[in-house]
Design a protein around this ligand. Structure first.
Ligand SMILES: [Zn+2]
Ligand SMILES: [Zn+2]
Length: 269
């Protein structure tokens, strides 16, 4: 499920990055950006049912709701320590942005409502290099590092016995994404804007154009491609700009199904 199809700026219909993969009865969420907690609840997934969190990178639009998710799930009755996988620095972010920032609140709840402080806990796995970051009897999750604004960042590839789902980080175009997305059943890929749009922004070089995506997904043979992280919608006067980007990708990858994400979109792979 797409819990948030947007990006940095507030948008009336798009929350920040957050995608849910439900597998083996577990809800894995990838990124936890603006409105993630609200949207998870809105689309029928209370935060206390999140089983594990995977973070692509430490830009605030991908992590700003993570302290809230931990606090609220604790408030709502979570008793399990929540596993969180992310780039080096995610542990310090949570120590400072949650444990220290909310110290007075946590103390108050523990002392006055007798909440168990151990139930707030989380355990971080900090990634510093590529490789398999999770492996169970039924699936594994592999990672890829690409370039993006000087931040260590990870795209994730979830493989079962017969299906492949890829969730990209924000990223510059990278030929290694082709192999990473090879024959994927579903690729959730960032498509922040067009070449012309990027040329007007000092951060334009951090992201992929529809042409980059079309070429890479065609070479990879990706079956279904969902466009996410639609920054351009906050700037463009054209209400159909995302559909235009999808059309550009479709022309380069006609065998693939190209879809613009929307909040609440559910897919079965
Ligand atoms: Zn972003
Ligand atoms: Zn970013």
């Amino acid at each position: 499920m797409v819990a948030g199809s947007g990006a940095v700026r507030a948008h009336p219909t798009r929350g920040g990055p957050c995608y849910v993969v439900t597998i083996d009865g577990q809800n894995l969420i990838f990124d936890c950006g603006r409105c993630a907690v609200h949207n998870l609840s809105r689309f029928g997934l209370p935060v206390e049912t999140v089983s594990e969190v995977f973070i692509t990178h430490l830009h605030f639009d991908h992590i700003c709701d993570l302290p809230l998710l931990l606090l609220l799930s604790w408030n709502n009755g979570r008793t399990r320590t929540l596993p969180i996988v992310g780039p080096r620095g995610i542990a310090a972010f949570l120590e400072q942005g949650l444990r220290q920032a909310y110290a007075a609140d946590i103390k108050s709840r523990v002392e006055h409502s007798k909440k168990n402080p151990t139930h707030l806990e989380w355990i971080t796995t900090e990634l510093t290099k590529e490789g398999i970051c999770r492996e169970t009897e039924t699936y594994k999750i592999d990672t890829l590092i690409t370039r993006h604004a000087g931040l260590l960042n990870f795209s994730y590839r979830l493989t079962t016995t017969d299906k492949v789902i890829v969730i990209t980080s924000d990223s510059e175009p990278d030929p290694r994404l082709v192999e990473f997305c090879r024959q994927a059943d579903l690729v959730l890929i960032e498509c922040s804007g067009t070449k012309e749009f990027y040329a007007s922004k000092d951060w334009g070089g951090w992201h992929m154009t529809p042409e980059d995506i079309g070429r890479m997904m065609h070479e990879a043979g990706a079956k279904k491609v969902i466009l996410k992280h639609l920054v351009i919608e906050n700037f463009s006067p054209d209400p159909h700009i995302s559909e235009s980007m999808a059309a550009t990708i479709r022309a380069l990858h006609p065998a693939g199904e190209i879809v613009v994400a929307r909040d609440g979109m559910r897919l079965t792979v």
